[in-house]
Design a protein around this ligand. Structure first.
Ligand SMILES: [Zn+2]
Length: 275
């Protein structure tokens, strides 16, 4: 059953990439994404496909990681005997609360993200998702992978994630399916399924530009996304894009020299967009 579970994980990621493409793309990759989704769906065994289709009608998140013994989507604790079944993966086990199919991550522990400090404070706007220490005003990198690495290391230093290397690897895997660069000079690399923490992004600016799969990119947002907030991430993405449609917002972040300045510019630019 492990290979069927892996197929469903790939399938779910492609479906969520298609959702993103609806939000941010021009539709140019829809046909190719649909073909890949259909091809993967056809590889599911009939019984598994039946369960998959039934769950898919309710939510695009059909399969959920078991993190620290809990369903990573609804948070329900998985009973010990059932958790063992999830690890063995000899047959499908579903969450008794949300009904999603559960899978064990390789280490059956939060994949990347570190324990977060107590944050149910009064933060609003963009400060719910990022912080001054995650701002890099002058990216040294000249390549896509280099830029992602610089940002991932800032997230690791700030203990927002626990493993920068794995975040870089996963973000690059995601980029290879469909580049996250936009013609406007922004790129939104990200990794879904980073469980155990909150949605977090780091921001990097490159005044001279980075070649991002043929697009010149000046601003990079690297996000770590718990799968349960995938839909919410799409909203954040739309809000950030709307904020930077104003030309002076882009000029303001390009002129920043320090993390503190960049953080202030980001807060200002997004104030009326990211609530
Ligand atoms: Zn659940």
């Amino acid at each position: 059953m492990k290979s069927q579970i892996n197929l469903m994980r790939q399938l779910q990621e492609l479906v969520l990439i298609r959702d993103e493409h609806h939000q941010t793309g021009d539709g140019s990759h829809l046909d190719a994404l649909n073909d890949s989704i259909d091809a993967l769906r056809d590889k599911l065994e009939p019984q598994v496909a039946g369960i998959y289709d039934r769950l898919y009608k309710k939510s695009h998140i059909v399969i959920a990681a078991m993190a620290k013994g809990c369903c990573s989507v609804c948070g329900m604790q998985v009973p010990i005997a059932q958790a063992q079944q999830v690890r063995l993966a000899q047959h499908l086990v579903t969450c008794s609360s949300c009904g999603r199919i559960l899978f064990a991550t390789e280490e059956d522990a939060p994949k990347n993200i570190a324990e977060q400090p107590d944050r149910d404070d009064v933060r609003t706007g963009v400060s719910r998702f990022s912080a001054e220490e995650l701002m890099i005003p002058d990216l040294k990198a000249t390549t896509r992978e280099g830029a992602i690495e610089e940002l991932a290391l800032a997230m690791e230093r700030g203990e927002f994630i626990s493993n920068a290397e794995s975040l870089v690897q996963n973000a690059m895997e995601r980029e290879r399916i469909l580049s996250t660069a936009m013609d406007s000079g922004f790129a939104f690399p990200h990794v879904r399924g980073v469980e155990g923490g909150a949605l977090t992004f780091a921001m990097g600016v490159s005044p001279k530009g980075i070649d991002w799969d043929g697009v010149k990119v000046h601003v990079v947002f690297l996000s770590a996304i718990p799968v349960a907030v995938s839909a919410f991430y799409l909203r954040l993405l739309a809000d950030l894009m709307a904020a930077f449609r104003k030309k002076d917002s882009l000029a303001a972040v390009l002129a920043c020299k320090t993390s503190q300045e960049l953080w202030k510019a980001l807060v200002k630019a997004t104030r009326s967009f990211v609530k």
